[in-house]
Design a protein around this ligand. Structure first.
Ligand code: C2E
Ligand code: MG
Ligand code: MG
Length: 630
């Protein structure tokens, strides 16, 4: 350990040397031998391997000592102790030396060596403190005293240093720990955010929505749970690409957030489906808010320079303010209300009511009954003549499915077809209808059958190959089969539909677009599809004699259809007035109760041979319980 000694008296330095130099090895060995021979000698210094080794530097003047300290610090090899004589006539005195050394090295242990009191000790302590690093010994000192003091102060300096290093290490580790903790917390926050948010819209996701709903049902007060689904979102995706679809979703999400009442929640549940939760007073105000939210979605947004009009359907339920609500039930009911909104023309909000629940049960019963209808022989086909506009000659028959249940009597196709359409049953029913239609058409003297094909059947993978095989097997000319499709079948996947229609036409089938005018298509966008006939929906025919608009629509449809080279069948012709107006408008074909209601196969064969219908309106005979006429 390095020790600095500054004293103006050279002889004093000898005393220090004596005190602080190690006992020579030979002296130690000699005293050890003497000890063995004569027993312990009281004066012999005990040899100790751990005894400190002092490296002393001596100066006679304060300024030299200060310079020495400075050098030692710069070299990174500081002094542990400085013995400073107070009284030094040349240069600076001991007090000043101590002050300057302390200013350079705050760790050094300073021992003030005093002869008599030149300075007050308090005064020295003030300039060279702190007091725990400042010591005094009196002059003349004893050699042993200096050695002992040097050893213990040197050790203490080492301990202080080690302690300080340990503190510094600890402080560094603490900072590191704090950084790691902050990083962990940030990671956790990020992970939590990711787990509970949708990455596309940054809105809460399904998990967060369900959590919020479960929490909300535990609190009192009325609130609404709503499900919202974009209308025709698939079309945006298909025609403009997924990036446009994404942009629309983000835009709609923002609109919803802006339109939502204070404290409400919009979550993206997946795809184009959003969940909403907001406090409300009662059903009426809950529905008013829902209407506003739907309206907010139906704004036009510009995506990549193109205008896209958003539209959404919403179903909602207002929870019982008295409490006792079940989150799962609420969600299911909001979903039922959403389905109802979609069935009722979309772009609207529907409130859940109990009837919807009953509808679901009814649908389930119908589905079950329908799955057994074929084997129980409850199905039959009815045939409705289609006549030419001028001579009223029967050119074909539309085949219409009938279901006469054992338990409840006849069920309208308007009810069971949509249910079959939602399950896979439509394929089985469709195949059955086609087979029976092929059997019937062979018994007609030249007329065609017009078979209704539902969108799901039409979109089936092997639809064309299947119908071709069936027609070939039956030995029927495809020209005697007209396929009736709806606008939904075409426009939900325009490209696929166009391909299918081309193939069917190439095989010789006729194609009719059913219920024209009720959907979204215009004559402009149907012109690219391979069609033969437009069937004008009966709602327009019915309105014709009363409403100028219906008549105008029918006229313009007929006019434009002719210019596109298409036939027109007016459906639901019930009166002479209808016939007269349609003839004047130039309708090429007519169908409806005025000529004949749907009849059995046997009756249809009779009519087919008669060929002309006077327009008295043939009443159908009640269908047999078992469908023997198909
Ligand atoms: P649609 O294809 O538009 O069939 C015409 C509907 O109008 C038939 O109702 C027919 O009975 C009815 N109708 C015909 N003339 C008149 C009339 O003068 N006045 C009135 N008020 N109604 C008339 P239906 O048979 O109840 O069929 C309803 C719908 O069910 C059909 O509408 C069609 O979309 C669907 N459908 C019927 N049979 C089948 C089938 O075999 N397959 C598929 N996929 N759908 C079918
Ligand atoms: Mg039809
Ligand atoms: Mg129709």
């Amino acid at each position: 350990m390095r020790i600095l000694i500054v004293d103006d008296e050279p002889t004093v330095h000898d005393g220090y040397r004596l005190a602080l130099s190690p006992p020579p090895a030979s002296a130690a060995a000699l005293s050890a031998m003497a000890g063995e021979l004569f027993g312990d000698l009281p004066d012999a210094p005990p040899h100790n391997d751990d005894a400190p080794v002092f490296d002393t530097v001596h100066h006679l003047q304060g300024l030299d000592a200060v310079a020495e300290v400075e050098r030692a610090l710069a070299a990174g090899d500081p002094f542990r102790i400085a013995f400073i004589d107070v009284r030094m006539p040349a240069g600076i005195d001991g007090r000043d030396t101590a002050r300057r050394i302390r200013a350079l090295d705050p760790d050094i242990q300073i021992v003030i060596v005093t002869g008599y009191s030149d300075f007050s000790l308090v005064d020295i302590a003030r300039v060279a403190g702190p007091v725990d690093k400042l010591f005094y010994i009196a002059k003349p000192f004893e050699v042993g005293e200096v050695a002992q003091l040097a050893a213990s102060l040197g050790k203490r300096w080492g301990m202080d240093r080690a302690l300080r290093d340990a503190h510094a290490t600890l402080a560094r580790q603490l900072v590191q720990l704090e950084q790691q903790a902050a990083e962990l917390a940030a990671n956790e926050r990020r992970a939590l955010h990711v787990a509970s948010h949708d990455s596309l819209t940054e809105a809460p996701n399904r998990v967060a929505f369900q959590r919020a709903l479960h929490e909300r049902v535990r609190r009192p007060g009325a609130f609404a749970v709503a499900m919202l689904d974009l209308d025709r979102f698939k079309q945006v995706n298909d025609t403009m690409g997924h990036l446009a679809g994404d942009a629309l979703l983000r835009a709609v999400c923002r609109q919803l957030q802006d339109a939502l009442p204070e404290g409400g929640m919009v979550a993206r549940l997946g795809g184009d489906e959003f969940g909403l939760l907001y406090d409300t007073q009662d059903q009426a105000s809950g529905l008013a808010t829902a209407d506003a939210l739907v309206a907010a979605c139906s704004t036009t947004v510009t995506i990549f320079g193109q205008s896209v009009r958003g539209a959404a359907s919403m179903g909602l339920i207002v929870a019982d303010p008295a409490g006792g609500n079940d989150a799962v039930h609420l969600l299911r009911r909001a979903d039922l209300a959403l389905n109802d909104a979609k069935r009722h023309g979309r772009n609207c909000a529907r409130l859940f009511d109990r009837e919807l629940d009953e509808n679901v049960r009814l649908r389930q019963r119908i589905e079950k009954g329908l799955s057994r209808a074929i084997e129980r022989c409850e199905l039959s086909l009815a045939f409705q003549p289609i006549v030419s506009g001028a001579a009223h000659e029967i050119v074909g028959f539309e085949t219409l499915l009938r279901w006469n249940t054992r338990e409840h009597g006849p069920v309208s196709p308007a009810i069971f077809i949509p249910i079959a359409e939602e399950s896979n049953l439509i394929h089985e029913l469709g195949d059955w209808v086609l087979e029976r239609s092929l059997m019937a058409v062979k018994r007609f003297p030249g007329q065609y059958v017009s078979v209704n094909v539902s969108p799901r059947q039409f979109r089936r993978q092997n639809f064309v190959a299947d119908i071709r095989a069936r027609v070939e097997r039956a030995g029927v000319d495809p020209a005697r089969i007209q396929i009736e499709i709806t606008e939904t079948a075409i426009f939900d996947d325009a490209e696929g539909a166009a391909r299918t229609l081309d193939q069917l036409r190439a095989l010789g089938f006729r194609i009719a677009l059913d219920d024209f005018g009720t959907g979204y298509s215009s004559l402009y966008n149907i012109r690219t599809f391979a069609l033969d006939t437009l069937k004008i929906d009966r709602s327009f025919i019915e309105g014709m004699p009363r409403e100028r608009e219906s008549l105008a629509i029918v006229r313009s449809i007929i006019h434009l259809a002719h210019s596109l080279g298409l036939n027109v069948v007016a459906e639901g012709v019930e009166t002479q007035a209808h016939v007269d107006l349609l003839r004047a408008a130039g309708a090429s074909h007519l169908q409806g109760a005025f000529f004949s209601c749907p009849v059995t196969a046997a009756q249809a064969i009779g009519l087919a041979h008669r060929r002309w219908l006077a327009g008295t309106g043939m009443r159908p005979t009640p269908l047999a319980r078992t469908g023997t006429d198909g």
